[in-house]
Design a protein around this ligand. Structure first.
Ligand SMILES: CC(C)(COP(=O)(O)OP(=O)(O)OC[C@H]1O[C@@H](n2cnc3c(N)ncnc32)[C@H](O)[C@@H]1OP(=O)(O)O)[C@@H](O)C(=O)NCCC(=O)NCCS
Length: 186
């Protein structure tokens, strides 16, 4: 094992300006509002979205199912948890009336009173269809609904696709931070 420092950007967006323009959610997908019983569903999608990604090195809990359950439980129990900014994405296009959970986003209010987006994730087969964008949009609307004026997130600098996505949605880098993590070297 060795210690590595991961460069991360804090990015912020105003919620008082109009949000970015967005099209229709593809017809096979549904956004599902938070219910207290949803910890397991969100945890499972979180795990499937993050287990092979860079953030599973930065936050090892994202690389295992139990870690994701623990993290999701902690998020949902926080006093600062924002149900209105927490959404599950379901795919209904598999036939036979089946549905599959394929995306998640959660919101909390951070210590400075900003909406803080936690762990947006879309499972690999469903990426590149605008679904991450829809999850972000819905979550930002939720923050607006409870009267927040700004939203923030942190993203690992190496996660180029995610950084590009957030910039496209109007987020701007405000700070660079370093997260220390233990990683296994091959
Ligand atoms: C980051 C993540 C959530 C993005 O989800 P996504 O559903 O692929 O996001 P979108 O489809 O909205 O946008 C991603 C790309 O698809 C493109 N896209 C958007 N709408 C599209 C559409 N309708 N059809 C095809 N492509 C589209 C976008 O242009 C974007 O391209 P870009 O890389 O040039 O910006 C997803 O890649 C993921 O879960 N990654 C692993 C977990 C992770 O790292 N999360 C971020 C933590 S900070």
């Amino acid at each position: 094992m060795g210690v590595t420092y991961f460069k991360r950007f804090r990015m912020e967006v105003s919620l008082t300006d109009p949000l970015f323009a967005i099209g229709q959610l593809p017809s096979d997908y549904r956004l599902v509002a938070w219910e207290d019983t949803d910890v397991a569903a969100h945890s499972e999608v979180k795990f499937r979205s993050f287990c092979y990604e860079i953030d599973a090195n930065v936050f090892p809990c994202l690389g295992d199912r139990e870690g994701c359950q623990r993290l999701m439980g902690e998020i949902a129990r926080r006093e600062s948890f924002v149900p209105q900014a927490t959404w599950l994405l379901q795919y209904h296009g598999g036939g036979l009336g089946r549905s599959e959970n394929c995306g998640t986003i959660q919101g909390i209010v951070d210590s400075s009173g900003m909406g803080s987006l936690q762990n947006v994730g879309v499972t690999p087969l469903h990426r590149g269809r605008g679904l991450g964008t829809h999850l972000m949009y819905q979550s930002l609307l939720g923050f607006r609904e409870i009267g927040l004026q700004r939203a923030a997130l942190e993203v690992t600098a190496q996660n180029l696709g995610a950084v590009r996505l957030y910039e496209r949605l109007g987020f701007r880098r405000v700070k660079t931070v370093y997260k220390v993590a233990e990683v296994a070297y091959a």
